[in-house]
Design a protein around this ligand. Structure first.
Ligand code: TC6
Length: 722
């Protein structure tokens, strides 16, 4: 794990633990042994720590956090490095992160390739840099920079790190030979100030003010997370004598390590990576199927969604032909695309040159014929099956044989759309989330006949366009909207039974969502839901009016439709579930008119309102969705619970520190969740989605704590085997 070799009078400790040289037990042991050996060897004058392959160590081994501790810990290894009598140089390339950066800061000198990045991403794992990182970074980079880096977890370029004193030198070319030259230029002993414990933290004079500013920022931006606050407290402790600061860091670290948040965030780290791995069958899976190259793309529909998708593709360097029949809509779409890109330039997320390059790759067109030669088309027109079938039929005629045809439908059956073509193997859903150029999720939806090659291609495309792709099987609403429908329906019933929109939203925002369901409704527009309900009614042969209370025996709330019919479409009209200063404004105010509408609605329907507890709001919102999540596993629509969690985290802003709805259910305990679902089923028999999922029942009543990794297989095995 750590190869020891000597080059003239230098000991080179090369960490060899692919893929990212994580500081696993054997690496820590190897580093400790290597430092000792080099110090004992009279021929050795200095020591270089370097990573083999793609990177310097990218941090502690996260998979070890949940296992019993073995061997020397990172602090012991680090202190051994710092107290080495012979100068230790960290030679950095790739990503020097977390424990890796701590090892570098224990070293006496840091030299790096210009392409390297450094950072403390622990905060994303619900932790703080607990091997004295919070004590050492302020000693080289100052309090303010240390607080910013440690609470944001951002990766800092080598150039910026050099400016802030984190690195001593940048080099080009061969890192090892440059480091050997650097080693040759050093004194034989370690100067006092190269051991960072001997150096005071920088910026002590303004520490209180820096702390307050940073604290306000994290409370605003990372509300609900405990790690950023502990990070700040630990950095502030760097003002104390070294040992005292380190002791405080330890206490704050242990508080986080044992917290539910850290466990959830570490689960998310692996879930995000697991979600990109896919398996449909022995023939269709990631290992067996290769993606075809996508060099040219087309998007149909220049509305908000289509334009957002175009921006995403352009930013990834892909040329796009945007097709919209109506010239005015096309012009509006192109302007929207320009506006979004200009916004990125204003925010310094891209340069004007990059924006111009993107725009050169955009070809607006009014006819589908212009798509004849592209590799992949994404249809993003209005959610209407007939319209989509018509478009796919035409595309099948127009596009070259190899073209993959994707639909951005958020609910419709991919098999039905595929049937409109003679190439169902090349038809797939690519469900983006609004706004498509911001939201990281891409829910890819395969149909019965979609080929493994087509799946591989869109999963690959997801990565190319910097999204998190998750694969699900077709059904009405797929995973995201199928589960979300439960959540939204319960929210509307809670309004009828006693809540007001702001009361509901406050509870769910305190739970950790960035916005409650009613604020989200106002943001997306109440016309969207209205049109979907009307389309669904048409397709299924029933009518929905503002007097409808039941649809095919199922309870229904017409409150949202009442608001729609009053022209309250949300933010865009300045009125929805809330009121706004003007159309398009963001700040939502409680509107007494909405309260009146709700109260009248209840009176007319004979509903007696009551006080609803926070617990009931959370349970009904989450457990109804979770029950549906178990059904998705049961039906094979989702292949693993991690996929569902990633969909909620990146599609709906589910709080990361709770892991995702399925992980959240596991922390509550499936027996408890199942009991409550049974209770709500009994209480609300006219909402059939409260019928407990078979899979959940099996897992909850098995008498064993079945790990999440076994939930999907449990869906297919006999209860007696559980
Ligand atoms: C820390 O250091 C705390 C110390 C305090 C101690 C007191 N451990 O992301 P990729 C795996 S906390 C274990 O796809 P990329 C990953 O699961 C740690 N495994 O690659 C994946 O496995 P799979 C602070 C790890 O090129 C494979 O490596 N450090 C670790 O897109 C490839 O990963 C971090 O938080 C790890 N530390 O990005 C850094 N890292 O193939 C976390 C990766 O089986 N890592 N794996 O799915 C990253 O941010 C990225 O992996 C990257 C490379 C930027 C290093």
């Amino acid at each position: 794990m750590v190869d020891y070799r000597t080059v003239k009078s230098v000991a080179v400790l090369e960490v060899n633990n692919p893929p990212v040289n994580a500081l696993s037990y054997n690496v820590r042991q190897g580093l400790q042994d290597g430092i000792e050996r080099a110090n004992k060897d009279k021929e050795i004058k200095s020591i270089i720590i370097i990573g083999k392959g793609r990177t310097y160590p990218a941090g502690a081994d996260i998979s070890e956090f949940s296992k019993p501790h073995k061997g020397p810990n990172l602090i012991e290894v680090g202190l051994g490095i710092e107290s080495s009598r012979k100068p230790v140089i960290s030679a950095i390339h790739g990503t020097c992160l977390g424990g890796g950066l701590e090892i570098a800061l224990f070293s006496h000198y840091r030299i790096a390739l210009e392409s390297a990045k450094v950072g403390f991403p622990e905060v994303a794992l619900g932790l703080l840099p607990g091997a004295h990182g919070t004590q050492r970074l302020p000693r080289v980079a100052g309090m303010a920079f240390a607080m910013e880096i440690i609470t944001s977890g951002r990766h800092v370029s080598a150039r910026e790190a050099l400016q802030h004193g984190i690195l001593d030198k940048l080099v080009k070319g061969n890192l090892l030979s440059e480091s050997l030259d650097f080693a040759a230029s050093l004194p034989f002993s370690v100067p006092h100030n190269r051991r960072l414990r001997n150096v005071p933290a920088k910026g002590a004079e303004n520490a209180d003010r820096i702390f307050e500013v940073a604290l306000n920022k994290v409370k605003q931006k990372q509300n609900g997370f405990i790690a950023p606050i502990n990070c700040l407290k630990a950095v502030k402790a760097a003002l104390l004598p070294y040992e005292e600061g380190a002791k405080i860091e330890r206490e704050l670290f242990m508080e986080l390590l044992t917290s539910g948040q850290a466990k959830a965030q570490q689960y998310v780290f692996f879930a995000e990576r697991a979600a990109t791995r896919w398996y449909v069958s022995n023939e269709k899976n990631q290992k067996k199927c290769s993606a075809v190259p996508v060099k040219t793309t087309g998007v149909i529909g220049a509305g908000t969604m289509g334009s957002g998708i175009v921006v995403t593709l352009l930013r990834a360097g892909l040329p796009v032909i945007l097709v919209e029949q109506d010239s005015q809509n096309l012009e509006r779409g192109v302007n929207m695309i320009k506006g979004i890109l200009q916004g990125s330039v204003n925010l310094k997320r891209m340069t004007s040159q990059q924006m111009n390059k993107c725009l050169q790759q955009l070809t607006p067109a009014q006819s589908l014929d212009s798509l004849h030669n592209v590799d992949l088309v994404i249809e993003a027109v209005f959610e209407n099956l007939k319209l989509k079938e018509e478009i796919f039929g035409k595309l099948d005629e127009i596009c070259k044989q190899q073209t993959i045809l994707c639909s951005n439908t958020s609910t419709l059956d991919i098999d039905k759309i595929a049937r409109a073509t003679k190439r169902p193997d090349k038809v797939i859903g690519t469900h983006f989330f609004a706004p498509a150029f911001v939201m990281p999720l891409l829910e890819n939806v395969y149909g019965t006949k979609t080929s493994g090659e087509t799946i591989a291609t869109v999963m690959n495309l997801g990565k190319t366009i910097r999204k998190i792709p998750v694969l699900v099987k077709t059904c009405h609403g797929f995973v995201a909207n199928r589960m979300l429908a439960r959540y939204q329906t319960e929210a509307s019933f809670l309004l009828e039974e006693g809540c007001l929109p702001h009361e509901y939203d406050q509870v769910m925002e305190e739970f950790g969502f960035p916005m409650g369901a009613f604020k989200v409704g106002d943001l997306s527009g109440l016309d969207i839901g209205y049109r979907i309900r009307q389309e669904l009614a048409k397709a299924n042969g029933y009518t929905v009016t503002t007097d409808t209370r039941y649809i095919q025996g199922e309870r229904f709330s017409s409150l949202a439709d009442k608001l729609y019919e009053l022209g309250r479409l949300g933010r865009k009209t300045g009125k929805g579930w809330y009121k706004y200063d003007r159309p398009g404004a963001k700040e939502a105010f409680v509107d007494p008119d909405v309260t009146d509408i709700i109260l009248k609605h209840c009176k007319d329907a004979g509903i007696i309102r009551r006080k609803i507890s926070t617990q009931e709001i959370v349970e009904r919102s989450m457990y109804s969705s979770i029950n549906e999540g178990f059904r998705c596993l049961e039906d094979g629509v989702a292949s693993k619970p991690e996929d569902i969690d990633v969909i909620w985290l990146h599609g709906f802003g589910f709080p990361r520190y709770r892991g995702g709805p399925m992980y959240y259910a596991s922390t509550i305990g499936l027996a408890e969740v199942y009991d409550r679902i049974c209770y709500y089923h009994k209480t609300f028999p006219e909402s059939s989605y409260w019928v407990p999922s078979d899979l959940l029942r099996k897992l909850a009543t098995s008498g064993r704590n079945i790990p999440m990794s076994d939930w999907s297989t449990a869906a297919t095995v006999n209860k007696s085997r559980l």
